[in-house]
Design a protein around this ligand. Structure first.
Ligand code: ADE
Ligand code: ZN
Length: 337
């Protein structure tokens, strides 16, 4: 099973680049940039990664991001992720970045964007992995701050596919950002939003109806609303689910209680993703693996999850088709062997 999962051609659609900052890289960049870390060792950092909920994670995650200062830092971070993803046969990845975590510290938008984008270009040519960017607004900040971030992104809009919404969900409903998302869509950006991670199903409805999202990030609390489940299945609105994240942030008490398999069996286009792999104990293959063993997923179900990941991606139809053929060939060969 482990090998089947590792080699399964797949797309990753919910990955925060700042969440791929491994403790070793945190030390390296702190040294490069002359920053004092509140930790003495890699093991001390890892020991601090015990979370009670989303906010307790976000506090540590934003603190970690402060070591990212120069364009090369963003390049190194993104390159390390792409190498890891390619080693797990991720064929395509759509990466969130949080510009406000950096611009609010005086780092230019362009520095962040150029570093990440240069690594994405190298990923394509050197690793054969395609990558796209999704600019995510921090929802605990104001709509005005999101507007100003959108303005800064407009010169780069040809290389930024979509805008999204992340950070503290409770009390920061999608409705708060309707005007910004309207403007982003007028500029040609697609839209996605984190919803129904800690927040109620109503936030998922709002993201669909007010922000016109193409996908919901997380969305696991849709299970509490039968009408919403029917709607997601009927319209095939994808959910980008992150199993290890949900267990680490106590959205579910254990992996055995995760609703991934139920959502899949309801015919919803669910996908498996790693969210913030440096903080939650694993990259995409470890997420598939943890869900597989706790929920007893079959090879057919794993194949369906991978197929959904290509289907739910923002790739053009011909690229989607090519990757799905590659996946079908892989699955048929595995079944025959
Ligand atoms: N930022 C990074 N990871 C996140 C998550 N799981 N939810 C909300 N905001 C995030
Ligand atoms: Zn996320």
């Amino acid at each position: 099973m482990e090998e089947f999962i590792q080699d399964l051609p797949k797309a990753e659609l919910h990955l925060h680049i700042e969440g791929t900052l491994e403790p070793e890289m945190m030390f390296k960049l702190a040294q490069r940039n002359n920053i004092d870390l509140p930790y003495k060792s890699v093991s001390e950092i890892r020991a601090a990664y015990k979370f009670d909920n989303l906010q307790s994670f976000l506090d540590i995650y934003y603190q970690g991001s402060q070591v990212l200062q120069q364009e090369q830092d963003f390049y190194d971070l993104t390159w390390a992720y792409l190498e890891k993803a390619a080693s797990q046969n991720v064929r395509h990845t759509e990466i969130f970045f949080d510009p406000q975590s950096h611009t609010d510290r005086g780092i230019a938008f362009e520095t962040v964007y150029q570093g990440i984008n240069r690594a994405l270009q190298d990923g394509k040519t050197k690793l054969g992995i395609s990558g796209q960017l999704i600019l995510s607004f921090l929802r605990h900040l104001s709509a005005e701050a999101a507007f100003s971030t959108l303005e800064q992104a407009i010169p780069y809009k040809d290389n930024i596919l979509a805008v999204g919404l992340d950070s503290a969900e409770q009390g920061n409903p999608p409705a708060k950002f309707k005007a910004v998302f309207d403007r982003a869509q007028a500029e040609g950006f697609l839209t996605v939003a984190h919803a129904g991670e800690e927040g109620p199903p109503e936030y998922i409805w709002e993201a669909i109806e007010l922000l016109n999202v193409s996908r919901i990030d997380h969305g696991v609390r849709s299970m509490e609303d039968p009408k919403l489940l029917d709607y997601l299945a009927d319209k095939q609105i994808p959910l980008t689910v992150c199993p290890l994240s949900n267990v680490e942030l106590k959205v579910f008490d254990s992996m055995a209680k995760h609703n991934l398999k139920k959502l899949l069996n309801l015919g919803i286009c669910v996908t498996v993703n790693s969210d913030d792999p440096a903080y939650f104990g694993g990259y995409i293959a470890e997420n598939y693996q943890a869900a597989q063993s706790a929920l007893d997923l079959t090879k057919q179900e794993l194949y369906q999850l991978a197929k959904n990941s290509f289907q739910a991606s923002f790739l053009p139809p011909e690229s989607k088709h090519k990757l799905m053929v590659e996946l079908d060939n892989y699955y048929q060969n595995q079944k025959a062997s």
